[in-house]
Ligand binder design. Structure first.
Ligand SMILES: Cc1cc2nc3c(=O)[nH]c(=O)nc-3n(C[C@H](O)[C@H](O)[C@H](O)COP(=O)(O)O)c2cc1C
Length: 160
């Protein structure tokens, strides 16, 4: 069972969740870099608007081959209540994803709004089955139990 973590993280919160999960489950990581290289201000002035419109940004790597993965774990920060433009691009950049299973999570300040639903719809459009979707608010991240729950969901999806 090979678990592949694919995520975007501008300020380390989403990466921190991946670090904790990876330590428990093992697997590979692909951290997607947004080639717009937003500054602290342009994230809000430009990035948030692009997220609100459901747009994709250019990313590195441009192609993400998951043909050797059994379970995809995809994580995004929430921008404007939606996945980031880098994660929109990452979902489009998946290669060999048809028929794979996935677990999704997002990190946000206070409300994930429709970010997980949009990720699920985009992934299903690529032929990926979504087994579970977990939101983390800033408050949730202080609760070690919530990350443990995500790890359990990943392990369950991986063994099912
Ligand atoms: C441009 C921008 C827009 C954001 N929009 C939202 C939002 O709509 N709702 C929310 O709860 N948090 C929002 N946040 C907070 C982030 O989702 C949160 O800090 C996230 O955990 C950051 O993840 P990262 O550290 O992995 O980049 C926003 C942050 C940024 C930079």
């Amino acid at each position: 069972m090979k678990i592949c973590y694919i995520y975007h993280s501008e300020t380390g919160t989403t990466r921190g969740v991946v670090d904790r999960c990876l330590a428990a489950t093992g697997g590979d990581r692909t951290e997607v870099q947004d080639l717009q290289h937003y500054s602290r201000i342009s994230k809000y002035l430009v990035g948030a608007g692009r997220a609100a419109k459901g747009l994709s940004d250019p990313i590195e790597p441009a192609e993400i081959d998951v043909s050797g993965c059994d379970l995809l774990v995809i994580g995004s920060p929430v921008w404007s209540g939606k996945p980031t433009p880098a994660i929109n691009a990452a979902i489009r950049a998946l290669k060999g994803c048809e028929g794979k299973k996935s677990t999704l999570f997002v990190t946000c300040g206070g409300s994930a709004r429709d970010a997980l639903t949009l990720m699920k719809t985009a992934l299903e459009g690529r032929g990926v089955n979504v087994a579970a979707s977990v939101p983390f608010t800033r408050k949730d991240l202080r609760d070690e139990g919530k990350v443990k729950d995500l790890i359990k969901q990943i392990q369950a999806a991986g063994s099912g």
